[in-house]
Design a protein around this ligand. Structure first.
Ligand code: SF4
Ligand code: FES
Length: 217
């Protein structure tokens, strides 16, 4: 029996429109849209198509690849989750291909610029696609955060269980408690506390704006 071919995300002859259709649902979940400077968008996506031809994937045209495939996954477009805190402060991705959904004129937001100091308000999910009584893991730059919904309130806490590093974002919600999926340690989503001594997890402020859940980091 022959081995199945690896799944291809892009077929031969992929076009700019194909890339837009592929990327849009993903970035919309994270509070981003394509820059309204369409000429610039087409320029960046054309570069990505050239890179796709050469390498087999849509690596970022404005970032340097290291040659380490695992590390370079962080610069496959759209790379937003890996730099979500920095992009939230810039209000755009490095290249400016994507801007936050409430940016009115993206034409100035091109190219790599310095990231401002201070906290970042990072959109991490659409309210409408987050069922009550669930928890999930969201990536915000270098952090992984467990994001839980209890009725109409959202809570963000450190994702790593203090027992044996279980992923709280893959756990269960019971009232205001998140239960670790590995051995059942319980954390209060409101303040990260647990019954076990010195094992509380960090919490982050969460707001809801324009239909997005926003975590401040
Ligand atoms: S910086 Fe922008 S264009 Fe570059 S990979 Fe990230 S999302 Fe894509
Ligand atoms: S790792 Fe979470 S309860 Fe054991």
């Amino acid at each position: 029996m022959s081995t199945p071919a690896p799944r291809q995300r892009f077929h031969e002859g992929t076009t700019i429109e194909d890339l837009k259709a592929y990327m849009t649902p993903f970035v919309v979940q994270l509070g981003y849209v394509f820059n309204d400077d369409t000429e610039f968008v087409d320029e960046v996506l054309s570069s990505e198509l050239e890179i796709l031809d050469q390498t087999g994937d849509v690596y970022c045209p404005c970032r340097v690849r290291t040659g380490d495939p695992k590390e370079d996954l962080k610069v496959v477009c759209p790379c937003i989750p890996f730099y979500a805190d920095q992009f939230a402060k810039l209000r755009k991705c490095w290249c400016g291909l994507f801007v936050l959904h409430d940016v009115e004129d993206g034409s100035e937001l091109h190219g790599v610029i310095d990231v401002p100091e201070g906290p970042a308000d990072v959109p991490v999910a659409r309210v409408e696609s987050f069922p009550d009584g669930t928890v999930r893991t969201v990536r915000i730059g270098r952090r992984e955060v467990a994001l839980a919904r209890v009725e109409n309130d959202f809570y963000a806490l450190g994702n790593v269980c203090r027992h044996a590093f279980g992923p709280l974002g893959q756990g269960f919600v019971e009232g205001h408690t998140v239960i670790c999926p590995w051995h059942g340690w319980r954390y209060d989503v409101r303040d990260g506390t647990t019954d076990h001594p010195d094992a509380d997890v960090k919490t982050y402020p969460v707001t809801v704006r324009d239909g997005y859940v926003i975590v401040t980091v």
